[in-house]
Write a protein that binds this ligand. Structure first.
Ligand SMILES: [Zn+2]
Length: 449
């Protein structure tokens, strides 16, 4: 079989593109040249950005240095939503004519009006090539058979995985998810086809493993070598990663930025799984302070901001994710010189619940739950107001053989240490909490009613 790398005229063993191991300063200079072209394109074609920048007195001719770029105002998802309401359906950031639109996707719209995204054929091809590169770094090869266990609808995750697999020249097995009875059929097909790789959300993989065990099938029998994920932070949480790797016997790889910033594999772990690399030449990614939105030094915490280095239909410039992480430039065993997110994306500014002055992230609770083997992976965080005081209850499930009193005590103690406040614990029987084939919703905040 022809190695897809041949098409790129490159020959760097282990790497798809030499830019991955380039001196970081040299790469930054290269990215700067690409970024300048992209921002000029945006200035010339996007009414949305032209207005936004003119409002702060910025003209494209002023863009001389990284500092000028880092002073550009951030864009929020809400801003895009409002703009699309005003200029339906694509908003004033659509930079191409109707004849150039190749695909239309959108956000799930579970909270308010969904955002709509247009792709040109060039955009799609750029995504495919970017994803193939990231997939190569975590070990996918043309001989792999890739089971895509994710919803094929407006959600770009499944399509992005498919485009990458096709570009890589591997075997695409776009099974999907979300239909009644589909998990059982997935198990049958996994047993019959024995794919070597799996894509989905971490909560779905965990549910799939549970369901298989209920049918007396060990998930290791699927023979999966690589499981890669996006859509949720779980694959970057050490306890969840270990749980998935133990269940399936393959490596668990965390990837993903946000739908609006696609190609979303511009954040992706390599086969060493030491935190997602920021493939900044694919999408220029900064970790910035959440007040002034200027990049923070390596080693510090901030929120992630994305800028397309290539996007024709609906380019994003300094798109604010609201995701929390910290970044580092310490070397990775793979030799790639990109910055890394050693703890993954561990929180969202809007997922965070503040209870009696303490900030609680679902990922913190997920890591505590994962430490205790007598608990299933499912949980909910319920916040109530009792009189003047906020009360937080962690609802979890005890496995059938566990001693509930002992488990409850251990859970309560660990939560106090990790969260810094006292949390109530409610233990249900195994299987009582609803499972998801897509993204889990963990927080129930009753104070908002
Ligand atoms: Zn690496």
């Amino acid at each position: 079989m022809k190695d897809p790398k041949d098409a790129w005229g490159l020959d760097v063993p282990g790497y798809w593109d030499p830019i991955e191991i380039m001196d970081p300063e040299e790469r930054r200079n290269r990215i700067w040249e690409t970024l300048k072209k992209q921002l000029t394109y945006v200035w010339n074609h996007s009414l949305f950005y032209r207005r936004k920048w003119e409002a702060v007195g910025f003209h494209i001719g002023d863009l001389k240095s990284w500092d000028d770029f880092e002073r550009l105002p951030v864009t929020t998802k809400d801003e895009i939503r409002r703009d699309q309401e005003e200029y339906p359906p694509f908003g004033s950031n659509l930079c191409v004519g109707p004849g150039d639109i190749y695909h239309i996707h959108g956000t799930s719209g579970t909270t308010g009006r969904p955002n709509v995204f247009a792709w040109t054929k060039e955009d799609w091809s750029y995504m495919a090539k970017s994803h193939a590169r990231a997939m190569w770094s975590f070990g996918l090869r043309p001989s792999d058979r890739v089971f895509i266990g994710s919803v094929f609808s407006l959600y770009i995750g499944a399509w992005g995985a498919l485009a990458g697999v096709e570009q890589l020249g591997a075997q695409a097995f776009p099974f999907g998810a979300g239909q009644p009875g589909q998990t059982d059929r997935a198990i049958d097909w996994l047993m019959t086809l024995k794919p070597s790789a799996f894509y989905g959300t971490p909560s779905y993989a965990i549910y799939l493993a549970e369901r298989a065990r209920q049918r007396n099938i060990d998930p290791r029998e699927f023979g999966l070598r690589i499981l890669f994920f996006s859509g949720e932070p779980g694959a970057g949480i050490p306890e969840t990663k270990r749980l998935i790797e133990d269940a399936f016997g393959g490596i668990c790889v965390d990837t993903g930025s946000m739908a609006e910033a696609t190609p979303w594999m511009s954040n992706a772990e390599c086969e060493y799984r030491s935190g997602m690399h920021l493939w900044q030449d694919m999408v220029y990614t900064e970790v910035a302070d959440p007040v002034h939105y200027r990049p923070v030094p390596f080693g510090q915490e901030g929120t992630v901001i994305y800028t397309h280095t290539f996007r024709r239909a609906q380019p994003m410039v300094r798109l604010l994710s609201g995701d929390l992480t910290c970044w580092t430039n310490t070397p990775c065993a793979c030799g790639r010189t990109y910055p890394r997110l050693p703890k993954g994306i561990y929180g969202r500014l809007d997922d965070m619940v503040t209870v009696r002055g303490a900030n609680i992230y679902p990922s913190q609770v997920e890591s505590v739950i994962g430490e205790i083997p007598q608990l299933s992976h499912e949980f909910r965080i319920v916040v109530d107001r009792e009189g003047p005081l906020d009360q937080v209850t962690i609802v979890a499930e005890a496995m059938p053989m566990g001693d509930k009193v002992v488990i409850e005590r251990r859970l309560r103690e660990r939560l106090k240490t990790v969260l810094g406040i006292r949390a109530e614990v409610q233990l249900l029987d195994y299987g009582e909490l609803e499972r998801t084939e897509f993204k889990a919703r963990r927080v129930i905040d009753r104070r908002r009613r």
